[in-house]
Every structure is written in structure tokens, then in C-alpha cells.
Design a protein around this ligand. Structure first.
Ligand code: ZN
Length: 397
């Protein structure tokens, strides 16, 4: 068998039957009328009613036992360094631990915690290319980490962005964490990045740690990055009125993070719904950070929005899956033929008073994860980190 930490492992035919609730990740149709998924070579090849699908001769048959299946969660904002180690809190195994929280994909917002991180232009480019390659070749717990997100610095010219793009770098780290902090300067570099197919994210709000700085709403609007990174601060948020103004005046992605201001997280999500642009909302943790590593951060954020924020939980799951996949042009995040078979199986946590999984989220309980699959391969059974799921899927053949 291929090494599961490399990108080369793939499944044969896999059938998932007896799905109790199938969340699609699609904000326009968040719940599917289907109870089975057929997978081949790591991709979804059919979704529907079991009786209508070719479920014959699978190499792996999974009985979901009427639990909920959703696309694997995509953490839109992480700060990896190398391997499964973070120097921020000096922890190892944080990505594998996060997979036990239902996350199958992560997007780097910059490898900013690397001890001795180079800030000269050739150095920052070399780091981005190395990080992109390293995480492309190594998947802790099977998690796909899209890394290699350079922190832009003063003095960069268009050719630097062309070089990065040509070398396989597809995203910028948080604009504002380096020496480029003025709106006009950021705007120029964001435009160069966009021209060369590199997506950008801007730090929003107060400084995260000593040494970083404030990025206010006017800079965010002028820079016009593709993603308004941690619109609810990381941790310190802009005033709520300014956050609502950003939602209204910009058409870019509204990224809400776990390690931000929770009150403003709810305000931003509500504002997006009020403005009828829920498809712009994406979720991340902004971990590892000063507040630690949160393997359950994505589930906690979904529960926060669904309970205190009153956001329908099936929509909150779309914020964490399909919305991010579409905005970041990923091949996962939706239960759809042709997409990567990255799935999380969940049920309400044991002893939650909720009637079912969605109801338990409305009451503020995080679900229990019973299985995680990436590229059609089962990466874990009952999560070691979530509260125990009431029911879990079983591999029956
Ligand atoms: Zn930040």
C-alpha cells in the first residue's frame, strides 16, 4: 500500500451506505436527498439513493449506520511551519489531531512562525516554494495542507510574483504581517499577485502578537485582497460597525476565524446573510496561535454560529466546506461527482439533549466525529478528540 502521508495513496471502489443525513457543502442546497455515495480512485463517482446506484463489488463497504456525512472541513486560515510541528506552542502532531476534528484540508495564511523566517526577497520566495513543495509531499494524517504563502515585503516587484507563480506558489500569506502595510502599496502587490494567478488574504484588525500591526478597514478596502482574512480579528477585531462596512462595501470573501473576536464573528455572519451573500463566508481557525492549537476549532466555530449566532447549522457547514472550496478553487468541499472523496462522518455527541445532529448544534454542542476519509481512504474511526458520537459508521467489508 502507498504511504498514506504522501499524496500518492488512493482508494479503489468504496461504497458508503445508510447515510442518515447528507450535507452537501453547497450553500444553495445544503441537504441532499440521498443515502449513499460511491467512490473510485479517491473521487466521488455517484451520489443518490442506494437502490439506484451501482454498489456492487466494492473494495471497501462502509455502513454509515444513519449518521451524518459531510464534506471534510476546510480550515481556511492556518499557520503551519514544517512537518506536523508548530513552534508557536512547540507542539507536535497538531495537524493529525485536527484531522480528528473533521478537517481534511488546510490553507496556509503564511509560514510566519518559522524560527528565523527570512524577510529578504529571495529568502521569502525560497521559503514559500520550499513550504509548498514540502506539504505537497507530506500529509500529516492524510490532511492536504496548501502551503507556501509568502509574506510580502517592501521592494517586491511584479517579476517576483511571476517567479512565485511559475514555481507553483498559488497564494499569499496575510498581507500586513510584513513591511507592506499601506493600502496603496498592498493594492499594487495584490494586483500583481492576482494577475499571475496567486490568491491573496489580508490581515484584518489589531496586531496579533507583539511586533505585528493594525490593519484598519480603509487599508482592507484599498488593498482589495481576495480574502478579508479573519474579519473578526485575530484576536483583536475592528469595531463591529467597521466589520459590517467591510461586508457591505467589499465583494471579497468574508473569513471568520475561531481565534478571533467571537461577538464580531456572529455579527459578520449575520451581516452576510442580511446582505444576501452567504456564499462569501468562509471559516478558519487562525491556529496555531497565541491561544494555542485547536483540533476542534472548526467544529467549535460552527457550533458558535449555529447556537449563539442563530445561523442554520447546515449553512454553517457550507461556510466550512463548499464556500471555501469554490472561493479557493479546490477539488473537494462538496458532495458532488468528480470531487475528492474527503468526508467526515458525525453524529450528535453522546448525551447531548439535541434531537439529532443539527439540533445539537443549535443547542451549542459540538458533534462527535465517527470517521474521517481523505481521498477515499479511511484516516480515522471514532475521533480521539471530539466527545463520543452517539453512533459511528462501521466498515463491513
Ligand atoms: Zn492575522
Amino acid at each position: 500500500m502507498a504511504d498514506p502521508t504522501s499524496g500518492n495513496a488512493t482508494s479503489g471502489k468504496v461504497v458508503v451506505k445508510n447515510i442518515g443525513l447528507l450535507l452537501s457543502g453547497d450553500i444553495d442546497h445544503p441537504i441532499l436527498d440521498a443515502d449513499a455515495i460511491v467512490i473510485d480512485h479517491g473521487r466521488i463517482v455517484a451520489v443518490g439513493r442506494q437502490a439506484d446506484l451501482d454498489t456492487s463489488e466494492p473494495q471497501v463497504l462502509i455502513d454509515a449506520r444513519h449518521t451524518c456525512v459531510a464534506p471534510g472541513l476546510i480550515d481556511s486560515h492556518v499557520h503551519p511551519v514544517f512537518g506536523d510541528w508548530t513552534p508557536r506552542q512547540n507542539q507536535i502532531g497538531w495537524i493529525d489531531s485536527t484531522m480528528h476534528g473533521g478537517v481534511t484540508r488546510m490553507i496556509s495564511a503564511g509560514e510566519v512562525h518559522l524560527p528565523g523566517r527570512p524577510k529578504d526577497i529571495v529568502g521569502l520566495k525560497a521559503l514559500a516554494i520550499t513550504a509548498q513543495r514540502a506539504f505537497d509531499n507530506f500529509r500529516p494524517g492524510g490532511v492536504k495542507v496548501l502551503a507556501g504563502a509568502p509574506i510580502i515585503e517592501k521592494g517586491m516587484v511584479e517579476q517576483d510574483f511571476a517567479d512565485l507563480a511559475q514555481a507553483g506558489v498559488s497564494l499569499l500569506g496575510e498581507v500586513g504581517l510584513g513591511s507592506v502595510k499601506a493600502g496603496y502599496e498592498a493594492q499594487q502587490m495584490v494586483a500583481w499577485a492576482r494577475k499571475h494567478g496567486i490568491q491573496s488574504t489580508i490581515h484584518t484588525g489589531g496586531p496579533s502578537i507583539p511586533g505585528s500591526g493594525l490593519i484598519d478597514k480603509d487599508v482592507v478596502l484599498e488593498a482589495d485582497a481576495d480574502v478579508i482574512g479573519h474579519i473578526n480579528g485575530g484576536h483583536t477585531s475592528l469595531p463591529e460597525a467597521h466589520v459590517c462596512e467591510l461586508c457591505e462595501k467589499s465583494s471579497r470573501a468574508i473569513e471568520i476565524v475561531h481565534n478571533g473576536n467571537e461577538r464580531v464573528a456572529i455579527a459578520a455572519a449575520k451581516m452576510a446573510l442580511q446582505l444576501k451573500c452567504p456564499h462569501r463566508v468562509i471559516l478558519g481557525t487562525d491556529g496555531p496561535a497565541g491561544s494555542g492549537v485547536q483540533p476542534l476549532g472548526m467544529l467549535r466555530l460552527i457550533a458558535l454560529l449555529a447556537s449563539l449566532g442563530g445561523i442554520p447549522p447546515e449553512l454553517a457547514f457550507c461556510f466550512a466546506t463548499g464556500n471555501t472550496a469554490r472561493i479557493r478553487q479546490l477539488d473537494s468541499g462538496l458532495i458532488e461527482v468528480g470531487r475528492a472523496a474527503d468526508l467526515v462522518f458525525m453524529d450528535k455527541a453522546q448525551h447531548s439533549p439535541g434531537r439529532d445532529l443539527l439540533d445539537s448544534l443549535r443547542l451549542g454542542d459540538i458533534p462527535g466525529v465517527g470517521m474521517v476519509m481523505i481521498d477515499g481512504i479511511v484516516r480515522c474511526g471514532r475521533s480521539r478528540n471530539t466527545p463520543p458520537a452517539t453512533e459511528i459508521p462501521v466498515i463491513v467489508g
